[in-house]
Each structure stands twice: as C-alpha cells, then as structure tokens.
Design a protein around this ligand. Sequence first.
Ligand code: ADP
Length: 486
Amino acid sequence: THPTPRVVEDVAKQLLIGGRRQDATGGRTFTVDDPATGRSLCQVADAGPDDGRSAAEAAAAAQESWAATAPRARSEILRRAYEIIIARTDELALLMTLEMGKPLAEARGEVAYAAEFFRWFSEEAVRIEGGFAPSPDGRARHLVMRRPVGPCLLITPWNFPLAMGTRKIGPAVAAGCTMVLKPAPQTPLCTLALAGILTEAGLPDGVLNVVTTTDAAALVEPLLRGGLIRKLSFTGSTQVGRILLAQCADTVVRTSMELGGNAPLIVFGDADLDTAVEGAMVAKMRNMGEACTAANRIFVHSSVADEFATRLAARMSALTVGPGTEPGTDVGPLIDAAGRDKVDRLVRDAVERGAKVLTGGELPDGEGYFYPPTVLVRVPRDAGLTGTEIFGPVAALFTFDEEDEVVRAANDTEWGLVSYLFTRDLDRALRVGERLETGMVGLNTGLVSNPAAPFGGVKQSGIGREGGRVGIDEFLEYKYLAIPAP
Ligand code: ADP
C-alpha cells in the first residue's frame, strides 16, 4: 500500500455549494490518479445533474448581493487569495505534480502564473469605468455603466490545473459575477484547494461553487439550457467547444471559448539559432507539450534545417524523463493512457509516411504514462500530426524555402491560437507577424502567456480573450440610461 501524501489528504474532497462542503447526491465518488504511477491518489465527490442544479441555484441566489459588493472589497479578496497562494507555493505545486504530472519546478512556475491572475484582476476590479455623453442632437444625455453579466459556468481543462481556474475566477470576481466551476476530472484537487483559499480570503458563500464530476455532459447541458447561467467560460478542445456553443444557443448564453491550437513555429534563415532553439524548446516542451500553445508544426528554412535539427535533438535527448516529484526531472508523464496512446499513434503515423526519428519515438516499459522527448525531421505535410494537436513532447520539423510558402502553410489550419517566428529582420518580423492568422504571435520567443496580455485565438481556436485589460470585459455587460437634457 502507498500512504496518501499529506497535501492530498489536506484537500476537502466534497462539492462546494452555497458555502457548504457536501457529498454528491447518492454519495458517489471517483478516483484521481497519479499519472507517474497510474495508481489512485484519492477519491473525490462525483456530482450529478441535481448537484449541478443546486450549484447554479446557489450562484444565482448570491448574484445580487455580490454585484452590490464594493469593488474594493472584491479586489481585496483577490489580493488576499494571491498572497495565500504565493505563501503556499510548495504545497500547491506538489499537489499539482501529483495529480497532473508536471515536474515540481514547472508546477511552482504555474503557481506563480496562476496567482498573478488574482493580483492582476485585483487591480482591475477597481477600474471598471463607464461614460457620460451628450447625444449628437444635444437633447439627451447617455449614462453608460458596466454591469456583471451574471452567474457564470466555468469549465477548465487538466493541463494547467490552477492557472486555468484563476484566469476565469479572477475576472469573474473582479466583475462581480458568481460562479459554478467544473474542473477536469483528471485534476480536481488543485481546484478544490483553490476554492478553500478563496473562502479563507473572504469570498462570500455561494459566489464560487465547485462541482467535480466524471459526467460533464450530463451535468453541464441542463445548466446551459436552464436559464440561471448567463455566461459560459470554457477552456478545452475545439470538439467539445462546438458542442457547448450549440447548447448555449437556445438560451443565448454569452460565451468565452479558449479552444485548441495547432501552433506553427517558423525559423527563418537569418534567425539567431541559439534563440530559435531555446524558443523551440520552450514552445514545445513547456508542460511536456501538453499545452494549446505548444509548437505543433516547426518550419525551418532549408539553409539552417540540418543544424537546427541537430541542435534541437541534442537538447531534447539531454532531458531527464521521470516522475515530476523527483529532483532533476525535466519531463514528467503525460496525463493518462489515452493521451500517451494518441502521441504514440501520431509519431508512428508520421514515421510510416516517411518522417525520420532523430531522437525518442519509442514507448518505454514500466509504470506511468511517460513518453520520451522526440524529434522528427522530414515530416511529410500529410502526416496526421499536421492537423491534430500532438499534446506531447514531440517536435515535428518541416523545411521550407520561401516566406510566402511558409506563411501559407502556417495558416493552412482551422486553428488560430498562436504562432512563433524567429528572424533578425525587423521588416520580415512585422510583415509575417501581420499575415499569420493567430490571436498571438511570439517574436523570437517561445512563450506568450502572461496575465497582463490578452490571451486567445481566432478561427476555431476560440472566442474572446483572457487576461490583459480586456479580460474583465468578458464578464461585464454594458447598460446605459437615456436621460433628457436638463
Ligand atoms: P481534453 O481533451 O484536453 O481533456 P476536453 O475538451 O475533453 O479537453 O475537456 C475540457 C473540459 O471540458 C473538461 O473539464 C471536461 O470535463 C469538459 N467536458 C468534456 N466534455 C464535455 C461535455 N460534453 N460537456 C461539458 N463539458 C465537457
């Protein structure tokens, strides 16, 4: 037997509804696994549709008084929660590594990133502004104000278990919205711990309700059609996003959708190769490649293709794969067997079609869902991974000759979240940066995520932005009063 780690034991594993921790209807629970071993960590409450409805009712009941709470009070709650998260970085990081797999150093990085959304939105909460203007004919005055959109449903994925929560909760709290939060079933523990922190920070009962469940479809659909929820903020796959958009249509629920990506990373012949290799490592290997921002297709100019591939393969093969809790681990396990099988399938498909493996590419034996850092070169453009999120530590390299050709190839996808480009030519950077059909472009960097910047995609990568000055807008409505001129 394996003793339950202390940080796991300390998490309240019940639902949070109206300020009360409670069991799921019928006392149902589900297992949370450690992806480094495949073994169970603990059981958490498995909510059904009735629990979902109770949570939405609690959020609706709390909405009016929460909207009337002073912005400064809402701001201070976020600020206190920020301080608590930072003070508990080590515990939260360990919890994250245990349920999700990423190495502790990366988990600590995510804790800081996650906390920053609370600090950022604590600063935005007190800057919600309206306007006052005379009508053009001078006969009326328009008083414009901003109001919270109302009770929100927040659905988060497993890959950034803490930051995907704070990125939605932060602006919702700042705007004065109440919430029902449904985390991914693979990683409910960080969300439950976060709810505890917000309660400690003074968040009133019913403002944040948490429902953990294995049957998201059964719980979510009635909420989106039920009339109490006024807004959906979803981060997950494009496939599920489409289903949810359709469900939102009936009652005209507002949506923010952060969906999949298929990021191109382009290395031009004039790029600084050290910078490009470093950027590719970050864009590819952050979170073991399990990020919607991950470089999915790496296009390298033919004049530097061999050198870039050799250097990247040397960096990738030097990484240490192992449990995220072990010191010195660079690459943890993937989230589960299904995630690893998908990566393996995509690599084998590419190889069958003619790609060459420079490093990695073999499934290891033993427990846990590990996959080695892999570099593929001469990947044919019809390989399955060119149109699928790899979501694993696999760098797929293509070569190109002309700027126009690579821009067209980069844009040849239904997704449009982020792209990365490496060049020392300023004109080219601006020209290509404008032509790439993505919501974000990393220029000589492999990292674009920042709470102070508007994160989001175009095309089928999503609707709306999270973070930045505009992040709070997703949770606010305009309202105006028409007044006769005095
Ligand atoms: P991933 O493939 O990364 O797990 P998903 O889109 O499947 O991405 O999951 C993202 C989130 O959406 C998770 O919280 C998951 O439980 C939830 N989800 C999955 N299917 C549905 C559905 N039919 N309705 C509502 N939520 C869903």
